[in-house]
Design a protein around this ligand. Structure first.
Ligand code: CA
Length: 546
């Protein structure tokens, strides 16, 4: 039985009953003397009781910065409103990104396709409107739709009934928004004299209160800009955590055998390890401090700015929940909270995302809908953002239109509604494929792809600058030597020991490499355009893994 029918069987019956047996029966049964004309609209009968869907997504809000994920920061209670969704709903423990950077993740969510298929592999490309499958099919299913906040896909979000979006990354303070209007996109703009998290929420609340098609359920994509760097908080949080010493991850200073063995030059840092770009520079740390002091100061400033920005997100999630409660819509709204990817908060001395490492790879995902999802559930299935589109479509009853998609719009993921209910399909995937394309751009991350299952992660850093697949200062970027990383997440959840030098894991390496080979074929990502990459993948093998 489709999701919304199961949830609303009673309402569905009432609706069908009213529509089909007509109003005469009701009029007689309740003793109304005059029989209404069959042509007269019946308000109750016409009201669509399917669930609203509020999809809240923030930018770079790693699960480490969300209380219910239980990290070293949880004791600060950084996100009580977001945590409420986990307490009263389902938390996904193993939800992963397929390409951990803003524009590609958003394109994957809207299209239900991997980056290599939807064409948005890097920050450069935009997503063809033909592939805006989520808003198109959900509108077709009879929802009133809106996109409010950070969009970052360049083209007009034209398929939504309503939109108000930030241009590109947008501004934290007094942001400008692009709106629908008489001039061609993107020339219709307005500006709000507030912090972006407050402004975006104001706009969403206003839309919820004044939307034009109230007989329909709503589908709102509410996208915060925060807590993306440079982590600018609203003034009211300036002194939050001022006297706190934020705990460091052990790997900030003791990097172990993480990363390419014998090499630690990659990735921008909290410390002054990366001399070209590190967080201390962004945080105006005194460049003459000794190494230890520099790391301490850089980390503390970084965490406090990040967490203050997070607090602004959480308080505004609270405003959205309060509105739904006050308007009586809370329990008839599927409320999702997620982030376009994770973020490194000093683990392994890294900042930013892009890596396939846990804190960057993992997406927080919480969903509250008490009519279907049991409160306090933690689901550990391997799910990724290619699955978001089919899931949202099923939630809206729009999955019946999937058959209408053209071959180049075909969905690559699967709906995880059954998983949320507690009925994981027996043939549910047991691993997730990943690829980061933007070789050495911005944060000095070599391009890589890999696979993660419940226990292991295998990553191949092919290290090639590919045509049209990089961005920003290309002259600075050159190819890097290919290398492998292998982690046993069950015995080494912090990814401190790259096992590719340990012959005891040679068989496991070969098994995972075969899985990765198959995952690449399944994702349609076989580098037909870049045969050198596929050749490196097939031929480069660490000596201990032969
Ligand atoms: Ca992002």
């Amino acid at each position: 039985m489709p999701f919304f029918e199961a949830a609303f069987s009673r309402n569905s019956i009432v609706r069908v009953y009213l529509n089909q047996t007509a109003i005469l029966f009701i009029a007689l049964s309740i003793g109304v003397p005059q029989v209404a004309s069959a042509d007269e609209p019946d308000t109750d009968a016409d009201e669509d009781k399917r669930p609203n869907i509020l999809y809240i997504m923030s930018d770079d809000h790693t699960s480490t910065g969300i209380g219910c994920y239980g990290s070293r920061l949880a004791y600060l209670n950084p996100t009580p409103n977001i945590d409420r969704l986990a307490i009263e709903g389902v938390r996904l423990a193993n939800c992963f990104c397929t390409n951990s950077i803003c524009t590609p993740s958003r394109a994957t969510i809207l299209s239900g396709q991997y980056s290599n298929v939807n064409g948005v592999t890097t920050l450069i490309q935009s997503l063809d409107a033909r592939k805006h499958t989520v808003p198109r099919l959900i509108k077709q299913a009879g929802y009133e739709t809106a996109m409010i906040g950070k969009w970052h896909l360049k083209v007009e979000p034209e398929l939504f009934d309503f939109y108000t979006v930030l241009p590109g990354q947008g501004w934290y303070h007094n942001p400008e928004f692009r709106v629908r209007g008489s001039k061609p996109w993107p020339k219709n703009t307005m500006r709000v004299n507030k912090h972006s998290s407050d402004a975006i929420t104001d706009i969403s609340l206003k839309w919820l209160k004044t939307r034009k098609q109230k007989a329909k359920p709503f589908f709102l994509m509410h996208h915060f800009k925060a807590p993306h760097d440079d982590f600018e908080n609203a003034e009211r949080y300036d002194f939050l955590y001022q006297d706190e010493t934020i705990p460091e991850p052990k790997s900030l200073r003791e990097r172990g055998d993480h990363g390419p063995i014998g090499r630690d030059s990659y990735g921008t840092s909290v410390s002054n390890r990366n001399k070209r770009r590190n967080m201390g520079m962004h945080m105006f740390v005194d460049q003459t401090l000794d190494d230890d002091q520099y790391t301490t100061e850089s980390y503390q400033r970084y965490m406090k700015k990040f967490l203050r920005t997070v607090k602004g997100v959480d308080d505004n999630v609270g405003r959205l929940l309060d509105h739904l409660e006050e308007s009586g819509e809370l329990d008839n709204t599927i409320i999702i909270y997620t982030s376009d990817q994770g973020f490194m908060l000093g683990e392994h001395d890294y900042i930013d995302k892009r890596w396939m490492y846990e804190e960057s790879l993992r997406m927080p995902f919480l969903v509250r809908y008490p009519k279907q999802f049991k409160a306090g559930t933690v689901n550990e299935d391997i799910i990724n953002n290619v699955d978001f589109c089919p899931t949202l479509l099923e939630m809206a009853g729009a999955d019946k239109f999937i058959d209408q998609l053209e071959p180049d719009q075909a969905l690559q993921g699967r709906s995880f509604v059954s998983n949320l209910i507690g009925n994981t399909p027996e043939d549910w995937p047991t691993s997730s494929y990943y690829r980061y394309w933007m070789h050495m751009a911005h944060h000095d991350n070599p391009a890589h792809f890999g696979i993660r299952n419940q226990q292991f992660k295998l990553i191949f850093f092919y290290g090639r600058k590919l045509k049209d697949q990089w961005y920003y200062n290309p002259d600075r970027v050159s190819d890097t030597e290919p290398f492998w990383e292998l982690y046993d997440l069950k015995n080494d959840p912090q990814e401190m020991n790259n096992l590719v030098d340990d012959p005891a894991y040679a068989e496991k390496f070969r098994e995972l490499k075969a899985d990765l080979y198959a995952a690449r074929i399944k994702a349609g990502d076989t580098d037909a355009e870049f045969p050198d990459v596929q050749k490196l993948f097939e031929t480069v093998t660490p000596p201990a893994m032969k």
